[in-house]
Design a protein around this ligand. Sequence first.
Ligand SMILES: [Zn+2]
Ligand SMILES: [Zn+2]
Length: 638
Amino acid sequence: MINITFPDGNIKGFENAPSGLEVAKSISEGLARNCVAMELDSELVDLNAKISQDSRIRLITTRDPEARKILRHSTAHVMAQAILHLYKDAKLTIGPALEDGFYYDIDMEPLSEEDFSKIETEMKKAIKAKLPFERKTVSKSEAAAFYKNEPYKLEMISELEDEIISFYSHGDFTDLCRGPHLPHTGFIKAFKLMKVSGAYWRADQTKAQLQRIYGTAFFTKKELDEYLHFLEEAKKRNHRKIGIALDLFSFHDEAPGMPFFHAKGMVVWNALLDYWREEHRAAGYVETKTPILLQRSLWEKSGHWENYRENMYFAKIDDIENAIKPMNCPGGMLMYNTKRHSYKDLPIRAAEIGLVHRHELSGVLSGLFRVRAFHQDDAHIFMTPDQIQDEILDVLQLEERIYRTFGLGFDLELSTRPEKSIGTDEQWAVATQGLEAALEAYGKEYKINEGDGAFYGPKIDFHIRDALGRTWQCGTVQLDMSLPERFDLFYIDKDNEKRRPIMIHRTVYGSIERFFGILTEHFTGKFPLWMAPLQVTVLAINDDLVPYANDVKNRLENAGLRAEVDRRTESLNKKVRDAQLSNIPLILTVGNKEKESGNLSVRTLDGKVRYGIPQETFLNTVLSHIKERKLDLEIFGD
Ligand SMILES: [Zn+2]
Ligand SMILES: [Zn+2]
């Protein structure tokens, strides 16, 4: 008798060793039809595997997150088979599943996207035939004999430590693989080859260049269509393209990975910082500033010299080694120590918009998302242990307020003590309980990443969600038990004793450059009125009215708006169209009627035009929209 325990605790007995499929069928045919694999005592295996001893089972259906990975990797096998059918000399290497698809690296003639349709047609034959994926195990020497003409597979086999090796076959195709796989190819309901690029074997430029063919797969056509639509949207929102089109920023070969912000980009930048300062002042922060070039001795003391050197830039000055700061913290420590602090001074909330440099490999640089020079909206909070909970709660609420202003949702994650860490059990308990208590008081759900904290303290991360549903880790609240120790920070407590302050590092935007990029994509370059580089353009319907258009513009500028008159000798239609393409939130047209009445005709980015708005009404509405930092493009309501 074999006892199978289900996730809900139910136990079912079977006479003979059943397969996962048989277990599923014993529950319902419908379930069995949707099962693709099973988790047996926390190991993912094929649904057809026999269960020969008492086990805990979790059936994996097409709805489980693990199922997609199995589907995609199985599709990689089907693609490899199709390629071997079409290109007799192709030699396979590896073909893993990815977050959103799969690839296979193959040594073969160069492919282009034009070759995809014939490969896809060939793949469809295998899928239509519903070929079962069959696993068999062989010894290492048998595997080597099977692959005698496959140099890459031979190399991989020689590196495997296991003596028993598994193969997966479907139809006439066999691949070296750990599995698991789908029950049969018919589960692949929707797939698409996405792109092809060159890749070196073992990522080594001295080795063979391979074709890396990417694809993706889903269990339904609808999901594939949604994914392709999502990619289209993401492409439209690409901040690098929008940045050039709207003249916001640029990159230059003379400073790779270090963005240049143009005049219009700086307006957005300053709007972000003005808002940030306003919120931080209200939350009781002071602002500080530390140098970017600091001597080696400081970096030795902070531990960066030992642990972070390969990411840092250096400069020798008067024979002394200096490093450009990759973080603001050590400078902040020096500043704390410039005076003696009493417990009455705490908490100290010292914020710094610090320019930091971190060396990233040129291959990973990516627009504003991954750069070598960026500004961090850092703050260091120094406090007594009994202030942890309140301080953290304040930070959580501040972060939420700021993200909401941009219409960004977020998820929270708490990361706890890792295996390798400094500090005593008691310190970690106080720190972790402080964060937990703050999260409880905050009352939002959060995920716990056990053991994922930094070696010097636990942390809370904010994963913000943009308009496309993509998530980005931005804000962090990080407790630090290392730096106060290294820099011998202390305060004088009530009993006149010296005590170590508890310290947190926290960011809201994280990297301001990256946040700028995220917002550019989130808003598709249509920044809300309060952030827009240019808020109003005034268009005269003929040259005689240009002086009046100027008067209107001057009045708006005096009221604090960013306005211009478009004086180009273009048609009014063309000017309107260009203003819309530049995402200018308010387009005013002035003709004789407007001049006589003093009223305004206003076109907003939602495509609506309103006539006869008195200037007073216009200004009041627009200024309060800005002051409240509203997000909607429909500024005048209905
Ligand atoms: Zn495989
Ligand atoms: Zn810091």
